[in-house]
Design a protein. Sequence first.
Length: 501
Amino acid sequence: MFARVKSNGTGPHARKYLQIVESYRQSGRVRQRVIATLGRVDKLQDSKTLAGVIDSLSRFCEQVRVVEASRLPEISSCQARLWGPALVFSRLWAKQGLPEILGRLAENRRFNFDPGRVAFALALQRLCEPGSDLQGSHWLTSVESAWFEGIALQHLYRTVAWLAEVREDLERELFYRDRELFTQELDLVFLDTTSIFVYRDEETQWTRRGYSRDWRPDLPQLVLCVAVDRRGWPVAWECFPGNTADKAAFVQTVETLRRRFRIGRVSVVADRGMMGQKTIEFLTSDPETPLDYILGVRMRRQKEVREEVLVRIDHYQEVEANLKVAEVQVGARRYIVCRNEEEARRDAAAREKMIVHLQAKLKSGGAKNLVSNLGFRRFLKGRPGGAWILDEEAIRAEALFDGIFVLRTNLNLPAAEIAKTYKGLWRVERIFREEKSTLEVRPLYHHLDQTRIGHIMASFLALRLEIDLQRRMEQKCSDVSWPELMHDLKQLQAVRFRTYP
């Protein structure tokens, strides 16, 4: 239904009439009919009749009433608050069953507030405005949500500590609910690790100095290992002291999955940092519940791969664009060699550029400055008298690795499926990128180990919300990126104002 101006007559005697018209469909065609003719436009405007009609109709439109009321001089206050993220993520929070699960876990605790609502506040803060709990308490006052009314800083502190206490029970309940909800067995687990530094000089049971991925060896850190399933859905996480090696974290996380979730046969996929004979022995040591594995191989460090696997490739099988595979069996060990032609061209071009640079330096006598750089040093060899020349043999050997990654597995699946499964490890890597950016797990501000665990648990819950929304967007074939989506959600705001009669 809409307004339309109808002209009648021509020249100086033309008249314009205002009509209310309705569109309707008949026999598959759109037609229009006049509901009412309000009169001549010029007389309606002169007599202010039109303004009276519009004002009368506006009583039945809440949006127009809000806009008109905001212009009144009687307005005493008008405040815009963030509404979009709380509106969307609160529904996802409820669909995941978190209010009921957290409510059961808090039944025997004498809280004078709802820790489930506060846990949602902590998770939403990680998604929208990552920071400390003190910053979060101020940020909550700018969010429009009935869930956040009455939440104070002490509630955030107490809920963080409580999440650390119930994390195993919470993960277990979520795990079994997810399995029932999606009717899927946990048959494939992707694992990866990262480190999280803390602003504190003293080391504790959990925060130790170790290999820092953040280039902060001066600060103690935690090691975090996250497990997700084949759909990218977070299953569990495990925390270790900061000096724990990746392989040890991997082994302990698998043991935790077995104990906490009572899983049987599972295929574990992990990157090259996890590869090792002890790791493989652990995966296959239990005859009742052995673990299948697909593990990346450190090609340059393993003699068997360099001297036997890569030189025995006869031909590649094309799987998809930029992915070819070849299978090599060495004794009882099965290797899958994967090649990306586009990556191979990039690797070859980068190496050629490096060689040209080295040749120029050798001619000018400036190669000594490059010897300390391991990237350049591998293509140089010394001569008597301290001179340096190009190592042609090393250059030819390096060409074997162009666009290549090698996997070792005990699965009987076709080589193509093994390769595509391993490529799914990007889900875990994407999760860690989000943990470091969107969720901002790092750095941690808490001084107590227990509260650090609760802080990570809140980030884990936030991660579930993020992945849930992304999956729903993908189902709708939306190509909106996560930053764009969050930006659009933050544009949706609620405006409250008060008037006096």
